[in-house]
Design a protein around this ligand. Structure first.
Ligand SMILES: Nc1ncnc2c1ncn2[C@@H]1O[C@H](COP(=O)(O)OP(=O)(O)OP(=O)(O)O)[C@@H](O)[C@H]1O
Length: 638
């Protein structure tokens, strides 16, 4: 099937209902001009919003049958659409970030289970200017034609990679469904899922959401639908029983069972999987950014502005990252989609928690709500008079390695690890943020862009134009970060790609075929390098120092050298690094509880405070990447 125009949904792919975050609802909601007269007299815009929202909600619970649009706002195309299938984008412009709610047919599907009982809930972020669809197998979003190439790679996350037909949904392991499952939750729900398993076909699996509040919403909708059906005189049994079913499930278990389709367990039976609890918030609909009180701007990065804010409902302090849309001619930014997808799917103490996505007044005002962290390591090191001690560095490195290990075990490469993307709170907890460049990878490796990782932390294989790279690029960045934590100075602070390579070679010696087999075949290696034979790294970190230079033991130096191994094949993995002797050697890693605390300097944006601004040639390069697609330009030296 041709990509782009007709998305190749599989038969039965979206046969049930989904939950949408509907931004076009908001568009409707914010049409002030048309509605001005009606709402004249309200004391504030907010009040108008509330009334309009209620009206629209009421309108939306009346949802039409498959293949037909329920009301005049949208208009499905003529062909029969599978339930849950998203618009190809021809009907309207702008972003549609939706939890949409369609009826469940009362017909039975191929496994003989009434569809009304085959609950499928998944958040959808769709863009009308881009054909976009949800791969519910993967809890992932796919983009338009150009992005399709990328989404194939993004989605084909586990080896072996199969052939992907254009327009076909890629059958890849579910981020949330396989390696990402929370085992405790799974075992807790084992009984329930066993009961349900018997009803499901072998190629289906069961997802379980913890979702009590949704049930309330659902039963309200059920009531609303049932009154609607009374009005229309037609039975909407499906939708009502759908909600009743939920209530039953929740009564039984406190959980809602969701059929996601896709992976099967090793024994051929469906695997029960738990999505992170925060996903449940998504199902309640998208909150407004006005539910938060803006405190101050923290930083403005390449892709978004980050604010400190207070949740008016709970009083919780959060970070709101505004997704930058302005430069996106094609719709919802790919980087933001990746970041939202990956962060919502990952759950680890060393990875920043995205709680929900909220909307601003305009369609392109989208914010990620994250747990608030008082510091990033870059800003902290710039205000701190002394470098971190060895035991503090060990504490930080252990947490960092645990986070990176979790990413790599789940087939995600971060691709932009640097001190400003590592957050620290006053409880000594470290968290990795900024997943805008991260991606899922597969094996065998496919050609990816080299235009990743901020220059100072960029691995030599990227600098030399390698088109295939792996998790080892993150490990190189960790080597640079470890050195920086010990010295408070960036290890290789090049100004250009060539300068960066030169700085690396001067410190580590120029690589050779012996130290890095295959190095001479890389596109960038055709350039003549000055030969530096001597490894100067040790001199920067003395074993014993009377002259104030940072101290690192032989064992610590061994870890650093292994992280900075030229050969990506031999570079140490996160898992091995976690088991490195350095963490067992005295001084032992400091406990998080004993990590020093620092004043929160957020009154002034972090970036403004920064003394050493890392040159970010990537901003320009990233823009080029977005325009040119994933294959990039073929190397730095081409
Ligand atoms: N959850 C958070 N809590 C507190 N501060 C945060 C949080 N997330 C991000 N920040 C701050 O905002 C800065 C920029 O965030 P982030 O790196 O996610 O944005 P970006 O636009 O992708 O930036 P970059 O230009 O570095 O790629 C971070 O360096 C950090 O100082």
């Amino acid at each position: 099937m041709a990509a782009g125009k007709n998305w190749g949904y599989r038969v039965n792919e979206f046969r049930a209902r989904e939950v949408d975050l509907r931004v076009d609802r908001r568009r409707d909601l914010y049409r002030f001009d048309e509605n001005y007269d009606r709402y004249h007299g309200f004391s504030s815009k907010k009040e108008v919003f509330r009334v309009r929202e209620r009206e629209i909600m009421e309108k939306e619970v009346v949802i039409g049958d498959y293949g037909r649009r329920d009301d005049k706002r949208g208009g499905y195309c003529d062909r029969e659409r599978e339930p849950g299938e998203l618009s190809s984008g021809s009907e309207s412009n702008g972003v549609e970030l939706r939890f949409h709610d369609k009826e469940i047919s009362s017909v039975e599907d191929e496994v003989g289970l009434p569809l009304a009982k085959r609950r499928k809930i998944y958040p959808v972020v769709s863009v009308h200017t881009l054909p976009i669809k949800l791969d519910r197998d993967n809890f992932m979003l796919c983009l338009n034609e150009s992005a399709l190439e990328e989404s194939k790679s993004v989605l084909t996350s586990s080896p072996p990679l199969g052939q992907i037909e254009e327009g076909e949904l890629v059958s890849a392991p579910n981020i949330s469904a396989s390696r990402w499952a929370d085992e405790v939750e799974v075992s807790r729900d084992e009984d329930i899922s066993k009961k349900k398993k018997s009803n499901l076909s072998s190629n289906r699996e069961t997802l379980i959401y913890e979702l009590p509040e949704f049930t309330k919403e659902c039963s309200e909708k059920a009531r609303s639908r049932s009154s609607d059906s009374n009005r229309s005189g037609t039975s909407r049994a499906g939708s009502v029983s759908e909600c009743e079913y939920h209530e039953n499930v929740v009564e039984e278990s406190g959980h809602i069972e969701i059929d996601s389709g896709g992976e099967v367990g090793s024994d051929g039976s469906p695997e029960p999987v738990v999505l992170p609890k925060r996903s449940s918030n998504m199902l309640q609909g998208c909150r407004s950014v006005y539910d938060f009180e803006r405190l101050n701007k923290i930083d403005e990065g390449t892709y978004g502005v980050v604010f400190k804010a207070k949740d008016k409902m709970t009083g919780e302090i959060v970070a709101l990252k505004k997704v930058k849309m302005a430069k996106e001619r094609e719709g919802f930014p790919l980087t933001a989609l990746r970041e939202i997808n990956i962060l919502l799917s990952l759950h680890h103490p060393s990875i920043v928690d995205v709680k929900e996505v909220v909307m601003g007044p305009d369609m392109d005002d989208i914010f990620m709500v994250m747990e608030y962290m008082e510091h990033d390591l870059k800003a902290l090191m710039e205000t701190k008079p002394q470098p971190f001690s060895q035991s503090e560095v060990k504490c930080l490195m252990l947490q960092l390695l645990e986070g990176v290990n979790h990413l790599h075990e789940n087939w995600v490469i971060h691709r932009d690890l640097k001190t400003s993307n590592i957050l620290l709170n006053n409880r000594g907890e470290l968290k990795i943020c900024d997943f805008g460049l991260s991606r899922q990878y597969g094996s065998p490796l496919k050609p990816y862009t080299q235009l990743v990782v901020t220059l100072w932390y960029r691995a030599p294989e990227l600098l030399l134009g390698a088109k295939q790279y792996s998790t080892a690029i993150d490990m190189w960045s960790l080597g640079c970060i470890m050195a920086e934590l010990l010295t408070k100075e960036p290890l290789f602070n090049g100004k250009t790609d060539v300068d960066q390579l030169d700085k690396i070679c001067r410190t580590l010696g120029t690589p050779t075929e012996e130290t890095w087999p295959g190095f001479t075949k890389l596109p960038g290696a055709k350039v003549k390098f000055v030969k530096h034979h001597c490894d100067q790294l040790r001199k920067k970190f003395r074993a014993t120092s009377f002259i104030g230079s940072p101290i690192i033991s032989e064992v610590g130096y061994d870890l650093l050298r292994k992280l900075l191994n030229y050969d990506p094949e031999k570079r140490i993995t996160a898992k091995d690094a976690l088991n490195h002797e350095w963490f067992r050697e005295v001084p032992l890693p400091k406990s998080k509880d004993f990590m020093p605390t620092f004043p929160d300097l957020h009154a002034q944006a972090r970036r403004e405070r920064r003394v050493m601004k890392s040159p970010d040639p990537l901003e320009e390069q990233r823009r080029r990447e977005l325009q040119q697609g994933e294959l990039g330009t073929g190397g730095l030296f081409s």
